[in-house]
Write a protein that binds this ligand. Sequence first.
Ligand code: HEC
Length: 464
Amino acid sequence: MTAITITIVLLIIFFFVLAGRLGKLMETAKEKGEESSAERLGTSRGYLFAGVAMLVAALLAVVYFYIKGTPYEGHFFEWLNLLVRWFHITIGIAWIGASFYFVFLENSLNRTKNLRDELAGNLWAVHGGGFYYLEKYKVAPEKIPEELHWFKYEAYFTWVSGITLLFIVYYFNAGGMLLDKNVADISALTGISIGIGAMVISWLLYAFVCKTPLVKNGVLFSIIGFLWITFLAWFFSQYFSSRAAYIHVGAILGTLMAGNVFFVIIPAQKAMVKAAKEGKPLNPELGKHAGLRSLHNNYMTLPVLFIMISNHFPSTFGHPYNWAILAAIALASAIIKHYHNLTEKGDPTVWMLPIGVAMMLGIVFVTAPDVNTDGCKDEVSFTQIYPIIKERCLPCHSSRPTDELYSAPPNGISYETPDVVVNLKDKIMQRVVLTKTMPQNNKTGMTQKERDLIQCWIEQGANL
Ligand code: HEC
């Protein structure tokens, strides 16, 4: 075991050093103007990096095999989750940040004053202790510069890390996170197939509709897109735990966005660069279609970001009509985005904003708990509810969980001392009574009677 691990680690280091060396050679070749050999070196370097990625996966598999079934298994997944998630949001911020920045540029360019003929616009900016001056060409510059910066790896790595996270959090632990016996009694394999199948089908459908004339009709296209998202949210809520249902809608939207970059936007940019290098006329349709896909991405951003943070907000995913809540928030946020886009273009269609905001407020109202104190006839004391908490929550929420999935209390919450229960009464109300999203997937079999008792105890002041 140790021998295999050491071999893999040494190979990773070796590949890495080699890739660095090739990178240097590539730079020298570029400086000498040997384009084809620079390209060949670049490709080999790509293969080396792919090799490193595979070796890292192999290393993780070996380590996992080694600690499977021991108390370290939960720890292993926690750190894998943390590191991949960290990477995912960092690279995702880089992607969406660049994309927001370019939308801002397009909307804010000076397009009229003191421009050279070949320019579409320019812009002055100050940032990070310096002044920046930027020019946008109408078509392409006379000569395409050697150093041209592309924005694509952010999108690809966001997608790859996102799918990895889906596996780490939901698929490797399908019983605990993806599935919920109270929703549907399906096997892990069926669940995972539904998730991945829906992702593939959604992309194919979207790519197909984008090839029909429908894509030119913005309103109709948006309505169809919205109905599809609503259908997905409803469909997943019939098979998955509520959190998993939400995250799958987000994963699909993210897949469409990354797919747009990979299959349409970057190929169009490559074709544009190629045509410009060869001095051939550009096909304006290419750029236009890529622009449209970018615009789709722009409208998907806010719904995706909401879904990614939604798992901190059980009043959304834990609502009995959680799929409708998701659809409504997606719609409201896209409307707000639309307002933002219009104002940046100098077209303040102000009525858009109140509609979006009113919808959001409506959602806040609809998700409000229906509190009813009438149900509590007798005073409920702490000694009545603490045994319930001990039985139903401590298997996970204690410093040494007995549940096989956790090696540490989830979210750092342990109910071993009474004052924690009192201090966290609002969260308990939210998760146990109102949204019933705890115990997780009701693994410990909490009854409605027990939930009612806890509700009464909290509503009567949560006294010790
Ligand atoms: C099967 C394991 C399991 C059981 C049993 C369980 N929980 Fe949890 N709990 C989790 C996990 C995992 C999380 C973190 C993920 C999440 O928030 O959904 C969590 C999170 C929470 C949170 C959110 C904490 C935060 O920071 O927002 C609260 C509150 C909570 N649980 C309360 C309870 C209560 C009360 C019980 C018993 C009635 C209970 N849980 C039973 C696994 C469990």
